[in-house]
Design a protein around this ligand. Sequence first.
Ligand code: BGC
Length: 333
Amino acid sequence: MSKLSIMAYTFGALLFLVSFSMSIFYGYKVVAHDLPVEKKTQAKFHYHFVLVPEELDNEYWRLVEKGAKEAAKENGVMLEYTGPKQANIDDHLKTIEMSAASKVDGIITQGLSDEQFTPLINRVEAGGIPVITIDTDASNSNRRAYIGTDNYLSGYLAGKALITDTKGQANVAIITGSFYANHQQQRVKGFRDAVKVEKGIHIVDVEESEISRVRAAEKTYQILQAHPEVNAFFGTSALDDIGIAQVVEQYKKQDRIYIIGFDTLPETLEYIRKGTIKATVVQEPYEMGYGAVKMMIDLIKGKSVPPIIHTNTRIMRLEDLPLDKHGGVEESQ
Ligand code: BGC
């Protein structure tokens, strides 16, 4: 081989190496890094669902989100959790509307009131997007299915528990999340029906907290001023009993006042442990979220889905809390 051809050969080989490594480098860059974000996510998910809660940072709704995210992860679903920062009907409705406009594959939300939610749910369904109600049903709407507590029954159970615990003698004040929301109305109705046969039980006042613990505390204070005969409270949404308990402790009335609330948030369990809250209605928010995503997938796949799935509801008292290894009542998760 002549010197010239060796040089030409070496140059050619070098050129090949450089262009080969550049093509690998840039090829890799295009595939792994330059792909638009949506394409990368689209490739990973089969469906895109939206879960719209009543209040984004509410601990109860965070549990619903946790269950929904778990089912989404297991089934290749992109789950968006979005809605009002603080309970607000207009924001809630707007979020549902925007989700429908962006053509998601399914919407999971509450059916808070018939006047506002039913027409919107019907419009979304008519546009071809399935809606599942969760926690609160809009049973007169065209929603495909409901998953959540039987809200009437849960209020009824609370009423029966109060009768047992107070031996049928109590002047009761109710603090409810909202006068207008379906589930809150049903809980109050169930409670009223349970206690109406008891001559010694009187419902003295019903006030609204707008699902805010601060408002629940304010209302408790006002009730105690206006009705000193009140010796029992029923809080019908997750933060109501916490607000009630704060005020009752502040005025050192925990020995005289019976409290029954809703849900098993860590603070509620803490008040049960201390004896300030005597009982609570257990709901299953994690299971609601998990089940709703599974139901939505089944619906889209054309499988039959029961129109109503009631998650478990029961009463919890101090003696029902699990014991820790030292024999005390276990810390909540
Ligand atoms: C209800 C939810 C509500 C929450 C408010 C729960 O008991 O089921 O609908 O948003 O309380 O804290």
